[in-house]
Design a protein around this ligand. Structure first.
Ligand code: EPU
Length: 415
């Protein structure tokens, strides 16, 4: 297995450029097969899940032409098979987007049940409820989700829980249904808007993405487009938290500052200075952080995907902080690692969803590599080393090359 060993611990000073949003890109790649014309997608992050999804799309017959690490051309006219199943696709969550895309276009899909990070039970009942409401029969057999409809009809769907995946999946299928679909209590995340913009650029008729009511009027055909994926707010936020923890002055470039508002607000509460520009944010931290409270919520609330990073900086802040996870029931698994490094943590609450980070032990002086390790604890190997598996290579590579000085890391790479 390819791995990096990173040794560091200095303040961060410099600039970093942020890549395309993984979770937007995954849905956009799946939606790209819904036209028989060639679609070009730019600003793809070069991470494992993207490559797995592209491979699955190629396996069912679509033309997948990887122009470079961040650009792909896809033509769905060659698709011969609506069954998507292989060892790798079973491990990723976003495979579920192929159900909405194939069902919308071909009115039939057989897709491996989604995998993904172990952060909770992660059902797909809301996706299924949406497809059924549009007239599809949906069964689960032999590890596959099997969905079929003679035709899909526009309908009214209320999501019992705000779900990014269900909102996007229903939006995709509804784009090629007959008539109008209304999704109520829809997710408002930036990537929901990005997928709607992408589908609209292919000729779909979607209004209201970014609000909690999305209206979709189905069309018969979608057409070619060229599209660039929005920046990844989680990658951007992670660099912001790294600067907060290590101290320093970092310009995080190629971002949409509005998407980072919840992260920015919490960093300011914790004592950092954050400046916003048109497409960049600058974070200045002296490494001295104050305690605060945070609760994860659907957008525009504080993102669950930033929760571990937030807990890390609160672990080194003075005073007692609390973190409440309200989206996934199993997202404090990294805490053992944090505690092992000396953080004073306690998990409470009815569903064990309340984390208390108590006044940091003065001896708890977290270094950059420990911080990075916390952000990816499964791969933590020892006090002064982290391992990062190959699929995170593009995220880590800037630390190792262009930004080596910025991040003050000395890198030994063993392959
Ligand atoms: N939920 C249901 N039923 C469903 C769908 C969701 O009960 O049918 C529940 C979930 O159990 C959870 C809540 O609704 O409690 C929200 O889940 P959501 O559907 O929004 O999450 P997701 O689509 O499974 C995506 C991202 C996650 C990110 C969440 C929340 C992808 C591939 N994954 O997951 O990102 O944490 O939204 O923003 O887009 C990651 O990037 O690695 C990642 C975990």
């Amino acid at each position: 297995m390819e791995q990096y060993v990173i040794k560091g611990g200095n303040p961060l000073n410099g600039e970093v450029e942020i890549g395309g949003a993984k979770n937007a890109a995954l849905a956009i790649l799946a939606a790209a097969i819904m036209t028989d014309e060639t679609v070009t997608i730019e600003n793809l992050p070069n991470v494992r899940d993207i490559n797995v999804l592209l491979q699955a799309i190629a396996e069912i017959g679509a033309m997948v032409d990887r122009i470079d690490a961040h650009t792909v051309k896809i033509n769905g006219s060659f698709i011969k098979d609506v069954t998507v199943d292989n060892e790798f696709i079973r491990r990723i969550r976003a495979s579920y987007y192929l159900i909405g895309a194939l069902l919308g276009k071909y009115k039939k899909a057989e897709v491996a049940l989604p995998g993904g990070c172990d952060i909770g039970s992660r059902p797909i009942d809301l996706h299924i409820k949406g497809f059924r409401a549009m007239g599809a029969e949906v069964d689960i057999a032999h590890g596959l989700v099997i969905a079929e409809a003679e035709k899909l009809n526009g309908t009214h769907i209320y999501l019992d829980k705000v779900s990014v995946g269900a909102t996007i999946n229903i939006m995709m299928a509804a784009s090629m249904a007959e008539g109008k679909t209304v999704i109520e209590n829809a997710a408002k995340e930036p990537h929901v808007v990005d997928v709607a913009n992408f589908l609209n650029s292919m000729g779909a008729n979607i209004r209201g993405a970014g609000t909690d009511v999305i209206r979709i009027v189905g069309v018969e055909k979608l057409h070619k487009t060229e599209y660039s994926v929005i920046p990844d707010q989680i990658e951007a936020g992670t660099f912001m938290f790294a600067a907060a923890a290590a101290g320093g002055d970092v310009l995080v470039k190629d971002v949409i500052p509005k998407h980072l508002e919840a992260t920015t607000a919490k960093l300011v509460e914790a004592g950092c200075k954050v400046e916003e520009f048109d497409d960049a944010v600058r974070i200045i931290s002296d490494g001295k952080l104050h305690h605060t409270q945070v609760t994860t919520l659907p957008y525009p609330g504080f993102p669950t995907d930033m929760q571990p990073q937030m807990a890390v900086i609160l672990g080194i802040a003075e005073g007692t902080s609390t973190v409440t996870e309200s989206i996934f029931e199993n997202r404090f698994k990294y805490l053992d690692e944090l505690a092992r490094m000396g953080a004073n943590v306690k998990v409470e609450g009815k569903d064990n969803n309340l984390l208390e980070l108590i006044a940091a032990d003065p001896a708890f002086n977290m270094t950059l590599e420990q911080l990075e390790a916390c952000m990816d604890p499964a791969r933590y190997t020892g006090r002064s080393e982290i391992q990062v598996t190959a699929f995170l290579k593009d995220v880590v590579q800037p630390i190792l090359d262009a930004n080596k000085e910025l991040l003050g890391v000395k890198a030994d790479i063993s392959v």
